[in-house]
Write a protein of this length. Sequence first.
Length: 614
Amino acid sequence: MAMIKNQIYVSIFSSRGSERQWIVGSKNVCLKAWRLTLGIPESTFYTIQKQVLDGKVTAEKSGRPLGSVEPKTLTALAWLQDFANSYAGFMPDSKQLHLPCCLTKSSVYSTMVSELEGPTSQCISLSHFLLVWRTELRHIAIPRRSRFSECNTCVLLKNEIESTRNKEVRKQLMQQRDTHLKQQKSEREKYYKHAMKARRNPDKYLSIIMDAMDQAKTMIPHFTATPKFADGMWKLKTHLLGAIVHGIGAYGFFDIFQWPHGSNLTVSTLMNILFMMKDSLPEVLYLQMDNCGRENKNRYLMSFLAFLVELKVFRKIKLSFLMVGHTHEDIDQMFSRFSIWLNHNSCKTMDSLMNGFQNCYNPKPTSIKTCQFKLENGKTKMVFKEWTTTKAWRECEGSDRYPLLRLPTTQPKLLQPNFQDLDKVESSILGARKFIDKKDMIWWERFFQEKHNEELEYEDDDSSFKLFELARFVAQRPLPDITTFSVPEIVVNRDVMPPVILGKKTKPAKSQPIIMEEGLKADDFVLTNLEKYSDEWPQIGKVISICGHNIHILWYKGSKSTSWSPCTVPISGQRGKREPFTETVTRDQIWKSGFKLTNNGHLPKSVKDAIDRY
């Protein structure tokens, strides 16, 4: 009966004037055909029609309200946005987010289903997912070819997955792809974790990311619509090296290629940033850089960072590089805003270019993978690891124990600028005089004169070296005042719980001090407490050999409730091969020894109790 009421209601609602429309599917039919199709007797039809017209009955509306969205669609939208934030890279010249090229939209949908599908939740269909992606999140894309350096692993996985017809091989390749993307996600999360630590504790941590922008977009004079006269024009090449100091601000350093672009430029820029912040430098520096070997990943930058630690400007420096082909981060988003601004604004002078960079960003700008530099016995020691998420640091090999053999006693000479193509730019600007404003021409004339004088009158600056000055400033900085005060205890520590007593209360057993057992021998297991492995607990190793005060051990991995197995590390220079992870510790770093694992590889109960007491 309810269905009949709904059908009559729809027919009356579709009427035009006194003429009613009777529709079956998409066809207009007569009333009799409409009744016969629905199986409605004539008397029943007129009875219900009279009740509807008299307002005695109403038909309930069917379907969802206009504009409403199902919860599972909203869930899919939120999941895709979060997936893109975790795996996609910011494009430096647009608002787009590019996912790794080894993915497909179908594989992204399969990942979503595996994460969200459950007994209490359902996912939208693949066709609906593609429609939502196309209409609501068009800025998220999977490019056929990356416009920048591609990740070799992503390219190989994509080619192999597309070419194979074996289902089992395809399944294993997809598992490898998932492992690779999870590693990339972990590296990115580690970077943002460092940035967040610097924002929350600026007195303890400093986080900096540095990168350069595509120079083709910043040549001046820059026109939004290129006029005919500018086709063969010599323009002034300008280079932008950007830096974000998390929690403090963004910086842009412009040059006109008067100096070679290598580690010298990177070190000078980093030193300028640190010198601007000399009043508030913390103890720890997190530095994130591009994988460019010419500018960043070389011995000169490593030596400079070691120099900073040895001068005690920082207690520790951690240098990180994102995975090749997955390096587009928040600094590329800053370049994206500048690039979009350039698409809509002309810049005919360096001043207007720098002002544009300031105005387009808010707040306004003012091999190895990961290295760590720390002071050891007065010398800076460098250790490294494969990824930021890898637990164990590895020692460097080779004839030199330290990256900096000795401290320099003199300051480096100032590099002379080179303006070899400036005369060609000057001729082009003079030839385009009628197309350039008078105010801008005055700027250009003054600019050429200043650079000409700078080249002729160059002399080495004998003023104090900024790095030595920075070290002296940090050493002389007064310690913060320590004042004592009392804070009322409002929130009680819930970790300390009173015991639950069954029966009569008994006296607690006296805990014995944990000491290292005598008679330590090979194949015994030991417990250590090394600061560099503070994230790993408990720290367990098997004794390989003993040489006086030094104990050579093989590290084991596991937990208090699971079995333990030997640790391995990749062999340097031998891809895919691994070796046992061994290390030498001293006797005073061992706090318990002389025990064995159980037959199934678990810790004995006495050792578990000792760990709890420790």
